[in-house]
Design a protein around this ligand. Structure first.
Ligand code: ADP
Ligand code: MG
Length: 245
């Protein structure tokens, strides 16, 4: 390091939601699932993550939730260095993140209201705010009228909207979705993506969506990060779906 290299920038960048620096994740010996990835996402961005099955997309998401730790490199989310984070800090950190999965992961013996309220109970939201917050979240996803329904009686599209309400009820700065339309028909897929877009625009929530939905990615003109075999092969503003070979 030379004389001028010493002034290393240590200042936190408050505009950054997510930063991965040379991140490698290996599950075992052999080919790493992610191999030296560097990605920065600014607060308020909407980003699609695309790539073949097995390319490392879910691993990427799990690193951001601190479900996994990087083998090498740095993962910083909302200013927190996740590799250095103590386990006991994880629950508090997770309040920064709402998550939506392909398979909804609802409590199917509970009604719609209880599924969303569950997320509020985990963060010990004051009882007086809970009803208002849950009702607001259900209104955003267009399901306020179905709050009493058992989730098992809902269509797939409705179930995913409950999951989106649950992900946003605590108003997290970041929302992650791992193939949220993977089990939905085209019409419901569009509705979910447009809902995520609305949440991004209205709440300024930083949103990352892993998807295989070529038509939607091409139509929405968002930033698109393409991962292939654990490496970012493309990262474009107003990008499109890159054909694999
Ligand atoms: P994608 O979500 O893009 O399909 P994943 O991140 O799930 O990809 O997987 C990337 C690679 O890591 C794949 O080769 C997969 O088999 C491997 N992998 C994922 N999870 C595990 C695990 N828990 N243990 C071992 N290997 C895993
Ligand atoms: Mg996956």
């Amino acid at each position: 390091m030379g004389l001028f290299g010493k002034k290393k920038k240590k200042k936190k960048d408050n505009n950054v939601a997510i930063m991965m620096e040379n991140v490698t994740k290996s599950y075992s010996k052999g080919v790493p699932a992610l191999d030296g990835i560097s990605v920065t996402v600014k607060k308020g961005e909407f980003v699609f993550i695309v790539g073949d099955s097995g390319s490392g997309k879910s691993t990427f998401i799990k690193l951001l939730m601190r479900e996994l730790k990087p083998t090498k490199g740095r993962v910083v989310v909302q200013g927190e260095d996740l590799g250095a984070m103590k386990n006991r800090k994880i629950p508090k950190f997770r309040r920064n993140i709402g998550i939506v999965f392909q398979d909804f992961r609802l409590l199917n013996d509970r009604n719609v209201y209880e599924n969303v309220a569950f997320a509020q109970r985990i963060v010990q939201a004051p009882a007086k705010d809970m009803k208002k917050n849950v009702t607001n979240a259900l209104t955003v996803v267009g399901l306020a009228g179905k709050y009493k329904a058992k989730t098992s009686q809902l269509s797939g599209g409705e179930q995913q909207r409950v999951a989106v309400a649950r992900a946003l009820v605590n108003n997290p700065p970041i929302l992650l979705a791992d193939e949220p339309t993977g089990n939905l028909d085209p019409k419901n897929s569009w509705e979910i993506m447009q809902l995520l877009d609305k949440i991004n625009r209205e709440r300024k929530t930083t949103i990352l969506v892993v998807t295989h939905n070529r038509e939607i990615v091409n139509a929405m003109k968002k930033r698109v990060i393409t991962i292939r075999k654990g490496i970012v092969i493309s990262d474009e503003e107003e990008g499109g779906y890159i054909d694999e070979d």
